[in-house]
Design a protein around this ligand. Structure first.
Ligand code: TRP
Length: 465
């Protein structure tokens, strides 16, 4: 069984694949825009606390489950509890979340591909910052372009997963992740020379709470931590299942969390100074990265080269994340239903492609845009002009993933026996002394924090609207 399912080539291979899953649009697109919407500083601090105290222990729990069971989420949870146990709901949630998240993720990845095209064809040269902002606006409203790139991106994702992930992801992550890092550092150096750097730095790290809404913003910070670290839906259970049983879960998780957080902070420290330099508001919603970066490239001496390079890397970062989402859905049909990889990938990928259509059309002011807004209104209450895309984005990150993570934490903390858990944690690591700290976080802090944040967001404590 294990030999058929395949393994990573090495521990580094796993780290790169897991980091490839974690580092993606969540870091460069989503983190800065959510930070902007929630007013900066205080939000970032809460985000960092969520990563360290909630995200990291859950990451260890997911990889531990996968590595122990050597199976994808549904089967893994079955083999570590019993058939038909209610815990298996966690496995099902994983499969559903994979469909939902990838359906809108692919649309944003499509924007990134469109920006590769725009920057290769030099479309930004000679435009003013406002005009560059309008380029995003017109892409966002263009149903045909969104659909086109969504389909292209899904076909690429399907193409890689069909071929079997191991060679594909490990190989590409090894080259692309370091390249992305180098390019981000180059951009950081540029951002540091801009007039807005001090203001941008203060926005990201300063303690100020003007636009911070206690209920909404803490939920957003928690949701962002889950989204960015690829947690709460079994992606890392699945990846952990391709890991050898004697490998180190603890330090591997620390490295992946650290890399992911570093990329998110770098992205924020690049994007906000640029926005401030040209006098734009940090509250740019989903367009933030797609406005800020092209402005920078249009003004930098080497922008004509760096622009295409950056969006190509962003597309690849999105691809290594998208693969992990599709792999969760695909692995279910392979492991549980005995489907061939080709059949499983084509079926799940095809469904996600269709499911993404409303997201691709969400920005359209025409027929579908309004139609989907109306459709979601009864379900989500008065959704203040939110589109189908916005609703999937915030609902999956802020509710599905933290609930999934809560379940995974509870499963490992309360259902898995202490001997297996302790041995699993301590295998292969020099950090075994952290064992009880980990269990304590999973048992108490994680559930209490997640539940409090959710109740607060539901208005139970009635702090704000
Ligand atoms: N973490 C990825 C990003 O930041 C997105 C992603 C990949 C993801 N796999 C996931 C999010 C699993 C949630 C769950 O772009």
């Amino acid at each position: 069984m294990a030999s058929q399912r395949g393994n990573w080539g090495s521990r580094t291979g796993f780290i790169l694949a897991a980091a490839g899953s974690a580092v993606g649009l969540g870091n460069i697109w989503r983190f800065p825009y959510i930070t902007g919407e929630n007013g900066g500083g205080l939000f970032v601090m809460i985000y960092l606390a969520c990563v360290a105290l909630v995200g990291l222990p859950i990451m260890m729990a997911e990889i531990f489950i996968g590595r122990t069971a050597q199976n994808s989420p549904v089967g893994a949870i079955r083999s570590m509890s019993r058939p038909r146990s209610p815990w298996m709901g966690l496995g099902w949630l994983s499969v559903v979340a994979a469909f939902v998240i990838l359906s809108f993720y692919s649309v944003v990845a499509g924007w990134s591909m469109h920006y590769v095209w725009l920057s290769v064809t030099n479309s930004f040269t000679g435009l003013s910052p406002e005009q560059i902002g309008d380029v995003f606006g017109s892409l966002y409203r263009n149903a045909g372009l969104n659909l086109f790139w969504h389909v292209v991106f899904m076909v690429l994702t399907i193409g890689i997963v069909i071929a079997g992930v191991k060679r594909g992801i490990e190989f590409w992550s090894r080259i692309l992740l370091p390249a992305l890092f180098v390019l981000l550092l180059v951009l950081l150096v540029y951002a540091m020379t801009t007039d807005g750097f001090a203001a941008g730095f203060k926005f990201v790290f300063g303690f100020h709470a003007e636009k911070f809404h206690p209920a909404r913003s803490t939920l957003a910070a928690l949701g962002q931590a889950f989204f960015s670290l690829s947690l709460g839906m079994g992606a890392l259970i699945t990846y952990g299942s391709y890991m050898r049983r004697d490998e180190d879960v603890v330090s591997t998780s620390i490295i992946v969390c650290g890399l992911d957080t570093a990329v998110a902070l770098l992205a924020a420290l690049i994007l906000f100074p640029i926005l401030f330099t040209v006098g734009l508001d940090p509250d740019q919603s989903v367009g933030l990265a797609f406005v800020s970066l092209p402005i920078a490239f249009s003004q930098m001496p080497a922008g004509a080269l760096l622009g295409p390079a950056f969006f190509i890397l962003l597309t690849f970062a999105a691809l290594t994340s998208a693969i992990s989402l599709l792999e969760v859905a695909t692995a279910y049909f392979i492991d549980e239903r005995g489907w061939s990889r080709v059949k499983a990938t084509l079926t799940t990928g095809g469904c996600i492609l269709v499911l993404g259509i409303p997201s691709a059309l969400s920005g359209g002011a025409g027929f579908f845009g309004e139609r989907f807004k109306e459709m979601t209104a009864p379900v989500f209450g008065q959704n203040n002009g939110k589109t189908w895309f916005d609703v999937l984005d915030s609902f999956s990150s802020n509710w599905m993933l933290p609930l999934g993570g809560l379940g995974i934490a509870a499963f490992v903390a309360w259902r898995v026996g202490n001997d297996a858990r302790e041995q699993g944690f301590k295998t292969g690591t020099t950090l075994g002394a952290l064992y009880w700290g980990w269990v304590w976080l999973l048992r108490y802090l994680v559930p209490i924090a997640v539940v409090l944040v959710m109740l607060n967001a539901l208005g139970v404590f009635d702090t704000d609207g």
